[in-house]
Design a protein around this ligand. Structure first.
Ligand code: NAD
Length: 364
């Protein structure tokens, strides 16, 4: 078979070292010639941020982080950055904090040095998101790609097991969705496979020993790979659905991804044999869905969207908003009827295998 593809690699420095964040951030800020940093962190993350930024000149400490970056929070941060005349943004926190930094970079062009403390992976993508009037808009702009990422797994030790699992499965969703994203290619697939492998080893280790570093390091490494694959492949069906659930219904990001993923895999898997084989191999399992479900069982992963505030009455609107956004190259054609069936199963936490069996029979 001919191998033809087009792949763009995003330029970014990645520094990985447990317990080294403060030193790495200081060295990197000096290398970038920054003298007036804006540090962005949520109220909770600010204590970590103060330690991480101890060796740099900080002109502005900014919190006001809200999930999915409401436009008002972005505008407040942009104004603060401009008034303080900063020359570097250092963000220390989860995807919401990185998202706010990206919103500032989008309009100011300021470079970002990202220090992630969850497994969301936003730090390794050039994707920004903003929410206005309950509609989340995303876009792609290289200005928002952090110039450098500092990964220090010690910063993730405080992430509770439940949140670590949900966040790690958000990374897993980046990997799996990359395999059928609009720009899926063999390089993304290689990264996604290694991301699945690392996350599937790291997350159970975190559950077994939350204070242990090896599991945290594997999860962070997997999260990075997952985001690189996702940024290159683009949003597939899974991300388009979760984007609507988060932006329109305000469901929590990581838990929503964790709960929806097995249903998208059950839906697309039968129509995507190469992706299925790759996922199964990365899990070291006989089947892709079996591997994911076995892992989810060990992690006691989020199961049903109804546990996070989604209701049956929300499904028609979710279908109406998500359907037109799902890429045309999705392995299985998506209709209002089959998307309703998928969301109904995810709402109730039904066995995804039932969905898989149902769609196995559906003609293409
Ligand atoms: P989050 O950033 O909202 O963090 C969840 C909670 O965990 C917050 O209360 C936070 O303060 C806390 N927290 C963060 N680090 C912690 C730590 N080490 N210990 C204890 N608590 C900690 O959630 P998230 O899942 O990291 O990110 C979700 C957001 O990121 C969403 O808005 C999503 O759209 C965005 N995102 C964007 C991209 C992208 O490429 N643009 C990719 C992934 C996620």
């Amino acid at each position: 078979m001919k191998l033809t593809f087009e792949h763009t690699t995003l330029g970014q420095r990645v520094l990985f070292g447990s317990g080294q964040a403060a030193d790495l951030v200081a060295a990197e800020a000096a290398r970038l010639g920054a003298g007036k940093a804006m540090v962005i962190a949520s109220d909770f993350e600010m204590a970590m941020a103060r330690t991480v930024a101890a060796g740099i000149d900080v002109a502005l400490w900014h919190s006001g982080v809200v999930m999915h970056v409401p436009l008002e929070t972005a505008q407040a941060a942009r104004t603060a950055a401009e008034e303080a005349g900063v020359d570097l943004i250092v963000c220390v926190g989860g995807g919401s904090t990185t998202g706010l930094a990206k919103a500032v970079a989008l309009t100011t062009g300021l470079p970002i040095l990202a220090v992630p403390t969850t497994y969301a992976g936003s730090e390794a993508t050039n994707v920004w998101g903003l929410t206005e009037a309950s509609r989340k808009t995303t876009g792609v702009d290289d200005k928002v790609l952090p110039v450098t990422v500092v990964y220090d797994a010690e910063l993730t030790l405080s992430l509770p097991v439940e949140m670590s699992v949900a966040s790690g499965l958000n990374g897993m969703a980046h990997c799996i969705d990359s395999l059928w994203g609009p720009r899926a290619d063999p390089i993304n697939a290689a990264m996604a496979s290694e991301g699945i492998r690392a996350l599937s080893r790291g997350l159970p280790a975190i559950v077994a020993e939350p204070a242990g570093l090896p599991g945290r390091e594997q999860a962070l490494y997997g999260a990075y790979l997952s985001a690189v694959a996702f940024a290159s492949a683009g949003s597939g069906m899974h991300h388009k659905i979760c984007h609507v659930l988060g932006g329109t219904f305000n469901l929590p990001h990581a838990q929503t991804h964790a709960a929806v993923l097995p249903y998208v895999l059950a839906f697309n898997g039968p129509a995507a044999p190469e992706a299925r084989a790759r996922i199964a191999a990365a899990f070291g399992s006989d089947t892709a869905l079996g591997g994911l479900q076995e892992l989810r069982g060990r992690l006691d992963a989020p199961k049903a969207l109804k546990d996070y505030g989604f209701t049956a009455a929300d499904i028609p609107e979710a279908v109406a908003v998500a359907l037109p956004a799902i890429p045309a190259n999705n392995p299985r054609p998506v209709t209002a009827a089959n998307l309703t069936a998928l969301l109904t199963a995810a709402l109730n936490g039904d066995d995804p295998k039932t969905l898989s069996d149902q769609f196995q029979e559906e003609p293409r």
